[in-house]
Write a protein that binds this ligand. Structure first.
Ligand code: SF4
Length: 149
């Protein structure tokens, strides 16, 4: 069972109410058992919403209480991000998800690289909150970039 970032499936759940739909992912969903989730929406954030980045670390640091997630309006949205990731993990466990394909560079879904918290486009090594949580639970996480290779 796959867990897939909803925006990659074409759902308009991005912060700017657009999507990141990719034909290869849509074909995979048609042919493989898959669950699509948007952890930021599940966590209670609205769409559209201000862009947000992790400040002071990555998703692992957020889960350990060492970093926060701040949106472009200066609001702390850490609680919503963590709540959404925890709920997505519950769904993953309930349905026996073994592999996740998540949107690269997102503060929730990014895996391997995320933005550095300055809203300047600079990237750092690290995972988003959901990617970090799924990995800790033994789920294989990749991004759409690896799938395209
Ligand atoms: Fe939602 Fe993740 Fe896509 Fe962001 S990257 S819109 S949190 S599914």
């Amino acid at each position: 069972m796959y867990m897939i970032s909803a925006c990659l499936a074409g759902v308009h759940c991005r912060y700017d109410h657009s999507d990141n739909g990719i034909d290869k992912i849509k074909d995979l969903i048609k042919n493989q058992p898959s669950i699509i989730v948007c952890p930021e929406q599940i966590g209670g954030l609205t769409t559209p919403r201000p862009a947000a980045e992790i400040s002071g670390g990555d998703g692992n640091d957020v889960l350990e209480g060492k970093a926060r997630i701040i949106n472009k309006a200066g609001e702390d949205v850490t609680d919503e991000f963590v709540k959404g990731a925890l709920e997505a993990l519950e769904i993953a466990e309930e349905y026996g998800v073994t592999k996740a394909i998540l949107k690269s560079r997102s503060p929730s879904c990014g895996c391997g690289h995320i933005y550095d918290g300055t809203f300047s486009g600079k990237k750092i090594d690290g995972d988003g909150v959901l990617a970090a949580l799924l990995k800790k639970s033994g789920i294989d996480v990749v991004t759409e970039d690896e799938l395209e290779k």
